[in-house]
Structure formats: C-alpha cells, structure tokens
Design a protein around this ligand. Structure first.
Ligand SMILES: [Zn+2]
Ligand SMILES: [Zn+2]
Length: 158
C-alpha cells in the first residue's frame, strides 16, 4: 500500500495533481505482481472505481510515464507493460506466455561496450532481455504449442 501522504509527495515531485483516481491506479501498478499491462491494471482498478473506463486508465498511465513517475518495460515487447521496480535490473522474458520477471543486475557481469555507439548514441542505462521459457510454461505439455526451432540443437547437446 502507498500512503496518501507518500503519494501526494511523489505527485508533487513530478508536478502532477494528486487525484484519488491516480492514487488508486498507482497503487494498483505497485501492488500487481510482475509487470502489469494497462488491461490488467484496469481490471483491478475497476473493482474500486466501477465507473472508470479503460481509456481513462490508459490516459493516467501515460501521464505517469510522461512525468517519470512510472517507467515502461523496454518497448519492443509489443504491448505496453509497466515497470514497478526502480532498481537496476534485467528481464527474463517468457516467449510463450510473455511473462516478464526481474533479474537483479548483480546476476550479470556489468555490460561494457567495446567501442562507441554509432551516430553519437548516448547510453542512459543498459537492460538485458533474456528470452526463454518460464517454469510454468516448461511444465506444461508442449504438444500443440509452438516448439522452438532450437529444440533439436538443445537435445543434441545432452
Ligand atoms: Zn511462460
Ligand atoms: Zn522489471
């Protein structure tokens, strides 16, 4: 739970008006496990504010993103997913169910660039996506599901 005083202070720091609606949405993002999608947030917010629309939830999430109060998981996973974890970390991405789990930055050696990036690109932070199959998906019978093309290589190594 995020205390109202804490929430108002956060909003103040990011020059946002602290409305009840925003507090409920923010609390929901922080309370949901993993990296919730706007739809998942909407599903939970609606239980507290039944008249709220998905568009309103989207709009407020966008406001949080614009102000820097919330962060988005790297953009290339397609759908928007929100990042409640502000510590440096990487991601374990399941290619089947699209779940995104955090991996502490201390689990990898620091990534260093061999040379300057092209076209003067300036690095803000480096986040690694490790793609694979989560435990839940791996324990399910893969028949009927897409099998990875690398499967044969893997079994050949055993
Ligand atoms: Zn999975
Ligand atoms: Zn994360």
């Amino acid at each position: 739970m995020v205390a109202s005083s804490q929430f108002r202070e956060l909003c103040h720091r990011h020059s946002l008006a602290a409305t009840h609606q925003r507090q409920v949405i923010y609390e929901t993002v922080m309370s949901l496990p993993g990296h919730p999608s706007p739809e998942a947030i909407y599903g939970k917010v609606r239980k507290k504010i039944p008249c709220i629309s998905l568009a309103t939830v989207y709009k407020n999430i966008q406001t949080f993103l614009d102000s820097g109060m919330l962060r988005e998981v790297s953009l290339h996973h397609g759908a928007m997913r929100l990042e409640p974890n502000h510590e440096p970390h990487h991601h374990l991405v399941c290619v089947r169910c699209k779940s995104i789990e955090d991996l502490d930055a201390g689990n990898l050696h620091p990534v260093r660039l061999r040379q300057k990036l092209p076209r003067g690109f300036q690095v803000e932070r480096i986040a690694i996506d490790i793609l694979g199959v989560c435990r839940d998906c791996a324990s399910k019978n893969p028949s009927g599901e897409k099998t990875l093309s690398s499967k044969n290589h893997l079994s050949g190594e055993q």
